[in-house]
Design a binder for this molecule. Structure first.
Ligand SMILES: Nc1ncnc2c1ncn2[C@@H]1O[C@H](COP(=O)(O)OP(=O)(O)OP(=O)(O)O)[C@@H](O)[C@H]1O
Length: 246
């Protein structure tokens, strides 16, 4: 993706003011405006505005089937909205081609899913290094960065273990390391603790929120769990594809 000149970025930002701008707060790292998404006749999103600042963790809650995952996928450039805009910092995401969005997701975003989606045959360090190597970073550098990131999530002694040799919480920490190793601007997590017991889940969400926001990333966590949402900085409820005010 072509990086805009500072002038272009400035223009983009001035034309598109942050939602609820407050004096002294940083511009959003991630912004969705007027997001509408249909699946055929089914409404996924019916007009959502949301903004997440750098270093802020936003929990997305709401009843099943009401649009939480759709919102996450639209903000993360996995789905394109039928109406509305998605901005990552000063860059508009929703108008990029599929190929450009694929590169953007790999270079600038991180993902953590309920099932860790690690490759079973690879040790932890190679799982974490993989996205860097796909992006052309040498194996030696990628493994070095992967091991440093694994150490930051408390897995310095587990770098050679395969996913089957790790506990559920440890495997999810590897997934967090993989999401963070590329220094993403935003991290998206869909039910990241859904497969874990409450204590392990609390540790994992604290680690995810702490490590990502410490790096200045914006974090979006879809969850059904009040305890997980309480560990984020802010909560929005999505009901019938809209942000609920209740
Ligand atoms: N690929 C798809 N094709 C058709 N309809 C879809 C698709 N994905 C989601 N939907 C529909 O869009 C609506 C919102 O779904 P979404 O998965 O965003 O909800 P959710 O709040 O994340 O649900 P849950 O909490 O159960 O995961 C639902 O009616 C769902 O059935």
């Amino acid at each position: 993706m072509t990086q805009p000149s500072p002038h272009t970025t400035q223009q983009s930002l001035s034309q598109h003011q942050p939602i609820n701008p407050r004096p002294g707060t940083t511009s959003p790292a991630l912004t969705g405006r007027g997001l509408v998404k249909y699946y055929g006749e089914v409404v996924g999103l019916a007009g959502v505005d949301v903004a997440v600042r750098p270093g802020e963790a936003l929990a997305v809650m709401g009843p099943s089937g009401n649009g939480k995952t759709t919102l996450l996928h639209v903000l993360a450039g996995i789905l394109t909205p039928d109406q509305g805009e998605v901005w990552l910092g000063g860059d508009r995401v929703d108008q990029l081609s599929d190929a450009q969005r694929t590169v953007l997701r790999r270079r600038r975003l991180g993902f953590v899913f309920q099932d860790n989606q690690l490759l079973a045959e690879l040790p932890a360090d190679e799982n974490v290094a993989l996205p860097l190597m796909v992006d052309g970073i040498s194996r030696r550098d990628a493994i070095g960065r992967a091991r440093a990131t694994l150490a930051q999530v408390g897995l310095a002694n587990e770098v050679n273990r395969r996913p089957g040799e790790l506990s559920g919480g440890q495997a999810q920490r590897v997934a967090i390391a993989r999401a963070l190793v590329g220094e993403p601007q935003a991290v998206f997590a869909d039910e990241p603790t859904g497969a874990l017991d409450a204590t392990t889940g609390a540790q994992v969400i604290d680690l995810l929120v702490g490590a990502a926001t410490h790096r200045g990333a914006a974090v979006v966590v879809v969850t059904h769990d009040d305890a997980v949402a309480a560990r984020c900085h802010r909560v929005v409820r999505i009901v019938d594809g809209r942000v609920s005010q209740r």
